[in-house]
Design a protein around this ligand. Structure first.
Ligand SMILES: NC(=O)c1ccc[n+]([C@@H]2O[C@H](COP(=O)([O-])OP(=O)(O)OC[C@H]3O[C@@H](n4cnc5c(N)ncnc54)[C@H](O)[C@@H]3O)[C@@H](O)[C@H]2O)c1
Length: 278
């Protein structure tokens, strides 16, 4: 399939040949389905093949096409094979990669084991590095392409008891900012998604201490008003308009502004609210 978008005037999310990691659930599945609605073709990668296959079945119900691939983004070799499978499926290199696969990890710093850290860093940060490392040379060679990296508002809010998760997402934000500047002249766009709470299975699939796993899941499912479909649609629109950052919700925007307007005041307020409400 020949993807449609010119380097100068193109709309990357329309008729994209896309690869989405973590496409078997939540935000990744929403990205895949929204791309299908935009007449794209999607390689759906997930560590859970059955979940990726379910996403492809839904893509086909929308009249679009997709391929399910089992891939653990923490493994560089598996991401290399994913890129090769995508090249073969599309008949050329993809035009969009969405590095979305990620896991949740919570707990006080001294409660987390080094195994917890490695698990989280390998998936959330190395997974995105592997995706960029594999697809950037392809995009450069064809003189066009787009990258969406899924970070989180955690990349700048630095919420307590989320140290490992925060570190990985800050890394994804920094990588995306760097690539945006570096790749623009090659016709490659970058967008980094930084949402606060979105109702998905992230708590269920993550590692959170029992004392607040239930509470966090309840908050996510009942009080988070912005859905994964809203987030995917907005992010693709922001990418199309050439924006680097997507902070979908009001609280994500507010934290962003507070942190930049007065970083010291922000740090004090964060520490105080943690002491008061813990
Ligand atoms: N849900 C939220 O509140 C929220 C907020 C901010 C950022 N995010 C980020 O959004 C992204 C998607 O999360 P979600 O909320 O849709 O969660 P989710 O658990 O519903 O979906 C994550 C998907 O990633 C897959 N996955 C996990 N490890 C993988 C691996 N090693 N290789 C390949 N696939 C793997 C899972 O099988 C699952 O299908 C993550 O990067 C997450 O950090 C989520």
């Amino acid at each position: 399939m020949v993807p449609f978008f010119s380097r100068k005037h193109g709309v990357p999310s329309r008729e994209a040949c896309a690869v989405v990691t973590g496409a078997g659930s939540g935000i990744g599945r929403s990205f895949a389905l929204e791309l299908a609605r935009r007449h794209g073709s999607v390689v759906c990668a997930d560590i859970n093949l059955a979940a990726a296959q379910e996403t492809v079945a839904r893509i086909e119900q929308l009249g679009a096409s997709g391929l399910a691939v089992r891939c653990d983004v923490a493994e560089a070799e598996q991401v290399r094979q994913l890129a090769e499978q995508a090249d073969a499926y599309f008949g050329e290199s993809p035009t969009l990669v969405i590095n979305n696969a990620g896991v949740g990890l919570g707990g006080k710093f001294d409660e987390l084991t080094l195994d917890d850290w490695q698990w989280c860093v390998n998936i959330n940060l190395w997974g995105v590095i592997h995706g960029c490392h594999e697809f950037v040379p392809r995009f450069k060679q064809q003189g066009r392409g787009a990258i969406i990296n899924v970070a989180s508002a955690a990349s700048y809010t630095a919420a307590p008891e989320m140290s490992a998760y925060n570190v990985t997402k800050a890394g994804v934000l920094a990588l995306s900012e760097t690539l945006s500047a570096e790749l623009r002249k090659h016709g490659i766009r970058v967008n980094v998604l930084c949402p606060t709470l979105v109702p998905t299975d992230i708590i269920k699939n993550g590692r959170l201490p029992g004392r607040y796993a239930k509470l966090a899941d309840h908050a996510l499912m009942n009080y988070a008003l912005t859905t994964s479909d809203d987030v995917a649609t907005l992010t693709l629109n922001r990418l199309d308009s050439g924006h680097l950052y997507t902070t979908p919700q009001m609280d994500a925007k507010l934290f962003w502004l507070m942190k930049r307007a007065s970083p010291n005041l922000y740090a004090k307020a964060l520490g105080l609210s943690y002491r008061l409400f813990k």
